[in-house]
Design a protein. Structure first.
Length: 189
């Protein structure tokens, strides 16, 4: 059995949250037959930040992580340069997009092998399947896959582009891409 840790976030509770989640993981491993080589993390926005923090604190814990529309201090991510990561962000996200770019550049500086692609957020399932296949073929030895959704493709027609629309709508799309989920669950430590 695999375990996917989906993280949520509250800024004032980050340290407490990490301790609780580690305790929960350890408790679940004791109670159930969870394959320790198949632990995964994911999170969106602040949950992505928590997933990054957990990966930094425990770089050997997760088989892979799906990081959606988050950010972190890029100067602190060196410990996860060898981790298997799939990063998804939108060019319409004024905070997470530059943040994830900085993180990815720092990971690369510390030895990560990164494959990058720009996708259309309005793509259908068949196109996303082709996008994932193309990306995996382009970087078979990569440990980091970085996808940014082209500007103007994540916010539904008629919805305001103000506020966090480019941020929040990334989540809606990222978690529906079957090939990304398949990649995540194929990873082992």
């Amino acid at each position: 059995m695999a375990l996917l840790l989906y993280t949520t976030f509250a800024l004032t509770l980050l340290q407490h949250s990490k301790r609780c989640q580690m305790g929960s993981i350890q408790d679940l491993q004791k109670r159930y037959s969870i394959d320790g080589s198949r632990l995964y993390s994911t999170g969106q926005s602040g949950g992505c930040m928590t997933a990054i923090a957990l990966n930094i604190k425990h770089p050997q814990l997760f088989a892979a992580s799906l990081l959606v529309a988050g950010q972190w201090d890029a100067n602190k991510v060196a410990p996860i340069a060898r981790n298997k990561l799939w990063i998804v962000v939108s060019q319409d996200d004024s905070k997470a997009y530059p943040g994830m770019n900085a993180i990815t550049a720092e990971l690369e500086k510390h030895g990560a092998i990164v494959t990058r692609a720009e996708w259309d957020g309005t793509a259908n399932a068949a196109q996303f399947k082709r996008d994932v296949e193309t990306m995996l073929q382009a970087g078979p030895n990569s440990n980091v896959y970085y996808v940014d959704f082209r500007q103007g493709t994540v916010i539904p027609p008629g919805q305001s582009t103000s506020g966090g629309a480019g941020h929040q709508n990334t989540w809606r799309i990222a978690y529906t891409i079957e090939g990304v989920r398949d990649w995540l669950f194929q990873q082992r430590k």
